[in-house]
Design a binder for this molecule. Sequence first.
Ligand code: HH2
Length: 290
Amino acid sequence: MRPRWFTLGPMPAADTQERALVMGILNVTPDSFSDGGSWFEADRAVARGLELIAEGADVVDVGGESTRPGAAEVPVEEELRRVLPVVEALSPHVRVSIDTTKEAVAEAAVLAGATLVNDVSATLWPVAARCGVGWVAMHRQGTPTTMQDDPRYVDVVAEVRDLLVDRAAQAAGAGVGEIWIDPGIGFGKTVDHNLELLAGLDALVATGYPVLVGTSRKGFLGALAAGADRVPAPASDRLPGSLATATYALAHGAGMVRVHDVAATVQAARLVGRPSAVTRTAGSMLDTEV
Ligand code: HH2
């Protein structure tokens, strides 16, 4: 028999205290690998951000430069032009993170209302310290231009963990009060490296820093979903793998997952990660279905 809490009805809006966090992706770019071009104009991006909030996003991650393999660098003025109006419009409604590797963009976004710097270069902790905001340190090997050429590790889990712990310690020493670590799925990693990192997530969780994981619609999921023709599934067909890996990460102690498909992931987050809390929350609801 299913446990009572398995059948989920509408949940109280404040259920985030009872579950891990869901970060919704909002790429204000023409070239992101999954949603590139969809939210490139500021008003469309803001509308999408409000949708993500309605779906239950705890954080909306605004980015103005694609980090997909081979992506071109965006000049700082252009990145600012893309992200600032969106950050400003959304930050009264939700916690906004700024996905950037540029100090000037991070700083301006914080002035516009962002309270978390999502840093795929794991170098921007001085900005977070100066501005008094949170910081995400993500691991990557190489830069977007070359990172997928021939990534190599002796022990991918240990190397990723050690670099992140080193950067996090530096950030803590500089006075950053909120530090997340992120294995950087897909950033200078083969399909096997990504799978090893997921299998070894416990090692990151054991560091004591809260862990953020971003697998959503990424290439390794397309490769794993390929049919007999071995053609990778397109990004639009990667929801099953995205949800499975986000659920796996939550069940293994991730404190936040970064996703495109917020509503589906929020449902998963209510089920796994903190089951005793879910039992407490949903157990009091009337279970009217089998
Ligand atoms: N992945 C992407 C971008 N930012 N930040 C964190 N912390 N972790 C991630 O795994 C991560 C990230 C890449 O995904 P996306 O933003 O969807 O695509 P693009 O870089 O093409 O804009």
